[in-house]
Design a protein around this ligand. Structure first.
Ligand SMILES: [Zn+2]
Ligand SMILES: [Zn+2]
Length: 289
């Protein structure tokens, strides 16, 4: 089982000399395994390169899961090659009450105004499915469950588990979200988790890898508490409590330069419970190594 980061940035793509090592593309993460259809979390600008890579592989099926429909998570959708390949079958899943929930939202973007193409004109086969956070579902061999996050308009985390030749492996994709407790309360306050945090910790418990929105520093979070993003200390505290093996800090701020992200990685390198890494575009994580 391999995790690949195709886009690790939050809010807006930031190509440039200052971001060339960690990458400037927005959220797109792939979870794959030999001979099975990949899971793709979000379709930010990183999805363009992923789409080209998918076309070069033999599989003709994939499962696309949206955390939510803010632009940094959907901008790459009409530039994602599989949806233009008639041989490809894509299943789009997102939290909704009706299977057409995701379709309706994507159709507001691909409507001839914000993009020249209208969604019904897309030539590939796209199926839509509505999922409910906390209600498990399956996609091929992947066992998946969602968790409702703390973000304006809502967002959904996903945990995907699969039996591999090396044993059972589990990855959680957690973006975009503010802490689930207020400053000074629960895990954020250095105390016992609140009720909602306990559910969150159960959701993440024992995961091999957690990819977590840490766009803000703690002072930035305190200034922008309603914006719906976390900070590294919170992600680390939650993952420590959940006995997660490796945490990837993700959804980097547009202003975070390569030097800033190097410093962030160095700061957390010595943390002894969960292993903390900074997600980098193009990075491949082998969960069976
Ligand atoms: Zn975002
Ligand atoms: Zn968002």
């Amino acid at each position: 089982m391999i995790l690949r980061f195709w886009g690790v940035r939050g809010s807006i793509a930031v190509p440039g000399l200052d971001t060339s090592r960690y990458g400037g593309n927005t959220s797109c993460v792939e979870l794959t395994a030999p001979g099975v259809a990949s899971l793709v979390f979000d379709c930010g600008t990183g999805a363009r390169a992923l789409g080209r890579a998918l076309l070069a592989r033999p599989e003709r099926e994939l499962h696309l899961l949206f955390s939510h429909f803010h632009m940094d998570h959907v901008f790459g959708f009409p530039f994602f090659a599989p949806i233009f390949a008639p041989s490809f079958e894509t299943t789009v899943s997102a939290p909704a009450f009706h299977p057409d929930g995701a379709k309706d939202r994507l159709a507001r973007y691909l409507n001839g105004v914000f993009h020249p193409l209208r969604l019904p004109e897309v030539p590939g086969h796209i199926n839509y499915d509505a999922i409910r956070p906390a209600r498990p579902f399956e996609r091929g061999p992947w066992e998946i469950v969602g968790f409702a996050l703390n973000h304006p308009g809502g967002a959904c985390a996903y945990r995907a588990t699969m039996d591999t030749p090396s044993g059972r492996r589990s990855v959680a994709y957690v973006t975009d979200t503010a802490p689930l407790s207020r400053p000074g309360e629960g895990i954020a306050g250095g105390g016992l988790p609140t009720g909602r945090e306990s559910q969150f910790i159960d959701f993440l418990r024992g995961a091999d890898v957690v990819v977590f929105d840490t766009m803000f520093t703690l002072p930035e979070y305190l200034e922008k508490m309603t914006w719906g993003h976390s900070y590294p200390e919170y992600a680390v505290a939650v993952c420590d409590a959940a006995d997660v093996k490796t945490l990837y800090l993700f959804h980097h701020a547009p202003d975070a330069t390569d030097a800033d992200l190097d410093m962030l990685g160095e700061y957390w390198a010595g943390h002894t419970r969960v292993r903390v890494r900074v997600a980098r575009e193009g990075q491949e994580v082998n969960l069976e190594g």
